[in-house]
Design a protein around this ligand. Structure first.
Ligand code: UDP
Ligand code: MG
Length: 337
């Protein structure tokens, strides 16, 4: 069977309420744009609700729908990675299950790609239904990130984008465990163009990114793309040295002029400044070291338990040799059989 023109890849975690509407809208826009020449991959990221059985049902009903069931919750970026490894289309549309990003933009994205783009990324001009604090923190974060990294990661974008097979092949070669996919796609290069749109509120359900996950995602982005924080100790060292010099001059002057120095207070503040500086730097080193440690284990990025397509089911045989391969490649090869 030859590769379809288009793959739509959607990670789903507890999305039972959005799924029927998602499937209806994606199928409609795909058949309008590329006829039957597409596949629609839904990844169940260890959902606790009826998402999995719904995907099973949809894949029975529609031959273009493929369900990829992960063995547990691996998180948004790894679930998406699983879908990107399994898909075989020549162009790949990445979408969220909650319909915040309208699938109806597909024809416009395809047109931009016909004109020579390798990546067409959705750029949010407006974000509806999101709290002020989320908008503000996202805004600040992307500006801060761009100060730290060398590559240009576009502001106000999510993972909503259409990418070409050659760009995806490079992305699929990247073995990192801590993935910040929107940044990794920018890193790949080629011609990348924006398509502006309004991000609407979630169709149903709650965000799956509580503040804790958002912070760790932000750390993945920074640590994955910049080593500037590691240089923090150098700058901090300079500042402390300057402070030390100042204190030394002050002490010498006080000694020579015979003024008594308030010793305890001065000593305490110096100890506290140095102590917190050292802990901060250690923490930054720890963040990078931890990532290095996890990466060095070369565990698979995700584990596929089952793939369903056209009523057929292929289950993972849990061959230990398969699972030992890095990057979940074993799982995706399994899928291709
Ligand atoms: N998601 C996932 N695994 C997770 C968390 C989220 O597959 O552990 C999916 C989720 O179902 C959705 C997408 O990732 O399709 C984006 O999540 P969400 O809409 O909650 O993020 P937000 O838009 O609030 O940043
Ligand atoms: Mg969302």
């Amino acid at each position: 069977m030859s590769a379809p023109l288009l793959s739509v890849v959607v990670p789903c975690f507890d999305e039972e309420e959005s799924l029927p509407e998602l499937v209806r809208r994606v199928l409609a826009v795909c058949s309008e744009t590329v006829g039957q020449n597409f596949e629609f991959i839904l990844i169940d990221d260890g959902s606790r609700d009826e998402t999995r059985s719904l995907i099973r049902k949809f894949s029975d009903e529609h031959p273009s729908i493929i369900g990829v069931f992960l063995s547990r919750n691996f998180g948004h970026q790894l679930a998406l990675t699983a879908g990107l490894k399994v898909c075989s289309g020549r162009r790949i549309l990445i979408l969220d299950a909650d319909l915040q990003d309208p699938p109806e933009l597909l024809p416009d994205m395809m047109r931009l790609m016909d004109d020579g783009a390798d990546v067409v990324y959705g750029k949010r001009t407006e974000r509806q239904g999101e709290t002020h604090s989320k908008r503000f923190s996202a805004h600040l974060f992307y500006r801060f990130l761009n100060m730290l990294v060398d590559i240009d990661i576009p502001q106000d974008t999510g993972d909503f984008r259409l990418i070409s097979r050659r760009a995806l092949s490079v992305l699929n070669e990247m073995p990192e465990q801590h993935r910040f996919i929107r940044g990794m796609v920018s890193w790949v290069g080629f011609k990348q163009v924006p398509l502006e749109y309004t991000r609407v509120a979630r169709f149903a359900g709650e965000t799956k990114y509580p503040i804790r996950k958002m912070l760790s995602f932000a750390m993945d982005a920074i640590a994955g793309f910049s080593i500037v924080p590691l240089r923090l100790s150098i700058y901090l060292g300079f500042i402390c040295a300057l402070l030390g010099l100042f204190f030394f001059a002050y002490t010498a002057y006080s000694y020579l002029t015979g003024i008594a120095i308030q010793g305890w207070t001065t000593l305490m503040s110096v100890v506290l400044i140095l102590g917190s500086g050292q802990l901060l730097v250690l923490g930054v080193i720890g963040e990078y070291l931890g990532r290095l440690y996890i990466q060095s284990k070369k565990r698979p990025l995700f584990i596929v338990e089952e793939i369903v397509r056209q009523g057929e089911v292929s289950t993972s045989d849990n061959d230990p040799d398969d699972l030992a391969l890095p990057s979940g490649i074993a799982s995706s090869q399994h899928a291709a059989q």
